[in-house]
Design a protein around this ligand. Sequence first.
Ligand SMILES: [Zn+2]
Length: 431
Amino acid sequence: MCGIGLLYPLNVEKALQLLNMLMTRGRDAAGYAIVDPDGGLVSYHTGSVENVRRSLREERSGDFLIVLHARARPLTEEANVAQPVLWRGVLVSMEGIVENDWEFRSSDAPSPWIDAYALCRVFETQIEDATISGLEKVVGSFSCIAINLSRPDVVNIVKGSQPLVFSLSEGSLAVASEDWMLIRLGIRNVTVPEPGTYIRISIRDSRQSIRRFRLTTSAPVPEPSEDRAVVLCSGGLDSGVVACIAKRRHRKVYLLFVDYGQPAAAREREAVHKIAEKIGAEVIEVKLPNLLNVEGLKTQVEGPEAAETLRRWVPARNLLLLSIAVAVAEQVGASVVYTGFNLEEACVFPDNTTEAIQLLDRAAKLFVSHGRVRIVAPLARLMKRDIVRLAIKYGILDLTYSCDRPDGPCGRCEGCWLRQRALEEVMREAK
Ligand SMILES: [Zn+2]
């Protein structure tokens, strides 16, 4: 872990504040480089935190860029090196690690060598496509700021798997490892890029080009593919319909069934297999140890009352189930996780809302090695009657099991009542 930052234009007071905040991520050494966007390198200091602070206090504010680094020295590297590094005319401030850094070494390599030098090679080129393919050759977990001093007016920002945020507005740019650092400096409009984002910013006109690149890791997982999807499936109406939608969009679909001790587990499992057979999907079964309190599901409430209560709540169920689905997706090389969350149930259950999904979707990318998984809820804007129509259209209505009880359908529980009510409405309309 390290802290990296950039400010333009240079305000010495704010740069010192930012350096102090970056030091929450590393205090073993520090460094900064001041660059004139029209002229190149103006000042460059690395070393002990105290010396660097002292030098920085003597700099003058103005129309310059400052690139900062606070270093947490890994045990794998020598003590007497600091960042930003400067090699082959490229300035780099990096956090994280490069696993295959030796592949970027050459006979003129600096000594002692550290991982960050590998990234100097990636930014030797001014051709964007070459930079992208260079980034994809880097195996590791990193984020960085890079300036090729032959184009001192262009700032390259790379968000790999390490924290990095930025804020760009007319005539100013700020980069830091974490959002609170910029917020505390009074900087608004903080952008949090997704892992695998390369941003090239032209300082003079505040123009930015944003490109995606493939994170290359040594993690023992398949390359994520749009060809494959995982559907969190309980065998009910909603997830059954979502399974059909997923199968229309992806060649290989896995229906993930989780037995977490819910009373109707056996019947749900049976329904999942029936749906899988109908649409040509594979079933993956996971049994959760008694981690969840499913007592709520045994509460005897019926009819409309059952459809409007949290008495049947299972603690943080969807957070757990979706986490399992994301793990399965990474294992099988799927780039999408589908859930059956819908508008009808989101009105009652906080863990079914679009807000919860969007947040988990963002989080999931930070919890997989390649940063490429999406959580989608294609029914999020649909009510039960819309979903029944789709189930009829796809021919799976009779295969699904919506009852909460093991010996259903009981016709009275929440699942049964909503399903029956929706079906009646659809039938009435059809007449
Ligand atoms: Zn029922």
